[in-house]
Ligand binder design. Structure first.
Ligand code: F6R
Length: 603
């Protein structure tokens, strides 16, 4: 949700801010803007509706050594130049990521209405800082922050303090670094990884003063806070398209490597091992029940996890939508394990759900991709997935690494709780180790998938059907298609169709049917015949060598002959490619679907 970057240093700020914004564009892309300052303290603003390339066109020649930039995902107020950030009130320019919940009250209490041009909550903060400014940015920010309710990451320029960027955050992420090329601050480090791999996370409610020669931090009591530097284990080439037309296709192709990186260090002598993650053995003992909490794709990874965990452990496993879990009264005890799943580690609902879960149990575990993110830091234990940076808004490789972690966790819990013998667990892990090659082979069917999506390009609706593990996948397949191709897609447990939904099947409507689970295969085939008989365009994914029966399906995608538990990795790659080629076939940019943003830090 909104990307922010700030730079001050010896180099020209304009290209650094613009290039940084381009890398952050996945966080929001309805409008963009920057504010910059020269040595004379004159604050200049450029902003426009549209993408970073549109902003570049209006400010590429601007000279500055200090600047802040913003790419917006609208929350308060429509998409317009006036609502785009930065907001300048008096001699103060501000950019914001987050939501200020009490902005109405602040306008009334501090009589700010006359200072406002936009409909945004963010401009209210700029106006408030301007109103309360006492010549000292730190004391003013401290005062203003104490008046705010909500989430925020702010970068602020004060015209009378040239060359300095002031920042503060609550919940919304912000990282910073100082290196030989100057000082940087951003929503995530992809914005400045061209310059350094070292960075630190800005602690909440810490006032940050970013100067050319260094970064100072103090807490709200004025005490100095030292940065804790981290280093990423990927570099700029991982965040580039590398010859692929879109990040999404690149990330689909990266899945074999991402899974290998994630599982290999956790398999020792053929068995799951979480010693390196610092998770003690007793974490896996005495588990009464498991709750998985996440949003969107991460939650669907949890659905796969649930199916496996429940099958092998025979204990209750529930999957909760984080935004619902927060407002229910969870049934948890001290022996409950809560697994929180998040690529970004910053999704606000997931973070708040974790905070709630911690009131009930000391066994919270997060599966997170971004090192040092809020969810990773706040959970009792964290296991990092190693997908590398995921830039496309639609998640692909993050999902498969998350699911691969659930396979490892299932194996570990089954072993510790003696639900499976060591030999059975070794066999299970052996199959998991084959997954990267299996996905690699499935990627070879790309041209076929592109061809069979041709008949989907004009579809208004589509169904994804499956049973058991395949049903959980259908949900993720439907989400992928919806979010990037804008075709209305729904997932159904195949047996449930005839209880109402089958009424919606019409001539030519795409139905993607997954039939990989042997114990429900024949039932699944009957369900597929039912939709085919009503005119659906059926794409069937199954392990059958060949299907020649036209009354069953129009297209058949052959899945590999491996144990049923593992076919999901092959199927999901096909579903991801179906979504990708449908979107591209419709002339859409799959990396930046309308209305979406990658990191959802608003509630
Ligand atoms: C869909 C997608 C989203 C995210 C969800 C959670 O393709 O990417 O549904 O999965 O917003 O995000 P994280 O995993 O960062 O918590």
């Amino acid at each position: 949700m909104c990307g922010i970057i700030g730079y001050t240093g010896p180099l020209s700020a304009t290209p650094i801010v613009l290039d940084g914004l381009q890398k952050l564009e996945y966080r929001g892309y309805d409008s963009a803007g920057m504010a910059y300052m020269n040595g004379n303290g004159k604050l200049s603003l450029r902003k426009t509706v549209g993408k970073v390339k549109d902003l570049r066109a209006i400010c590429d020649d601007d000279e500055a050594t200090c600047g802040i930039g913003h790419t917006r995902w609208a929350t308060h107020g429509g998409v317009s130049n006036t609502n785009a950030h930065p907001h300048k009130v008096g001699n103060i320019a501000l950019i914001h990521n987050g939501i200020i919940e009490n902005y109405h009250e602040l306008v009334n209490e501090y009589d700010l209405a006359g200072d406002l041009a936009s409909e945004t909550d963010s401009e209210v903060v700029a106006a408030l800082i301007n109103k309360l400014y006492d010549g000292n940015p730190n004391t003013t920010i401290r005062k203003v922050v104490s008046l705010l309710n909500g989430s925020f990451a702010f970068c602020i320029l004060f015209g009378d303090h040239p060359g300095i960027i002031y920042c503060v955050r609550n919940v919304s992420p912000m990282v910073a670094t100082h290196c030989k090329d100057g000082s940087f601050i951003a929503s995530d480090l992809t914005a400045f990884i061209d310059f350094t791999k070292r960075y630190f996370i800005i602690p909440e409610y810490t006032i940050v003063t970013v100067r050319e020669d260094g970064i100072m931090m103090e807490d709200l009591d004025g005490k100095t806070v030292e940065p804790e530097y981290l280093e990423v284990n990927w570099d700029i080439s991982d965040a580039q398209k590398d010859g692929y037309p879109y990040f999404m296709l690149k990330e689909i192709h990266e899945q074999p490597d991402a899974i290998t990186r994630t599982i290999t260090p956790r398999i020792v002598d053929g068995l799951p091992d979480f010693t390196e993650d610092g998770v003690p053995e007793d974490f896996f003992e005495n588990v009464s029940d498991i709750t998985v909490v996440a949003c969107g794709t991460a939650m669907y990874a949890g659905m796969v996890g649930r199916t496996l965990l429940q099958k092998y452990l025979r204990i209750p496993v529930t999957v909760a939508i984080a935004s619902e879990f927060r407002y229910e009264e969870p049934v948890l005890s001290e022996n409950s394990v809560v697994i929180v799943v998040s690529q970004s580690g910053e999704t606000i609902d997931t973070l708040e759900a974790l905070r709630l879960a911690k009131k009930y149990t000391k066994k919270t575990l997060s599966l997170v991709n971004v090192k040092g993110s809020s969810i990773a830091r706040e959970s009792d234990y964290v296991m990092y997935t190693h997908a590398g940076p995921e830039i496309a808004v639609a998640s692909t490789k993050a999902y498969t690494v998350q699911t691969s972690m659930f396979y490892l966790l299932t194996a570990k819990l089954a072993l510790v709780q003696k639900k499976k013998t060591e030999e059975e667990v070794r066999r299970f892990i052996g199959n998991l180790e084959k997954v990267p090659d299996l996905i690699f082979d499935m990627l070879g069917s790309e041209e076929d998938i592109e061809r069979l999506t041709k008949r989907m390009l004009n579809a208004k609706n589509a169904f994804f059907i499956g049973r058991n593990l395949d049903y959980t996948l259908s949900m993720e397949g439907a989400l992928k298609l919806k979010e990037i191709s804008y075709i209305h897609a729904e997932a159904y447990a195949a047996g449930e169709l005839k209880h109402g939904t089958i009424a919606l099947i019409s001539e030519g409507m795409p139905v993607i049917a997954i039939a990989s689970q042997t114990h429900v295969y024949s039932k699944m085939i009957s369900n597929i015949r039912e939709v085919k008989a009503r005119g659906a365009y059926v794409i069937l994914l199954s392990k059958d060598e060949k299907i020649t029966d036209d009354a069953l399906c129009d297209e058949h995608v052959k899945l590999p002959n491996i144990a049923d538990d593992f076919t999901m990795f092959a199927s999901i790659v096909i579903l991801q490619m179906i979504a990708y080629y449908t979107a591209v076939g419709k002339g859409l940019n799959p990396d930046q679907p309308r209305n979406l943003a990658k990191s959802v830090t608003v509630e």
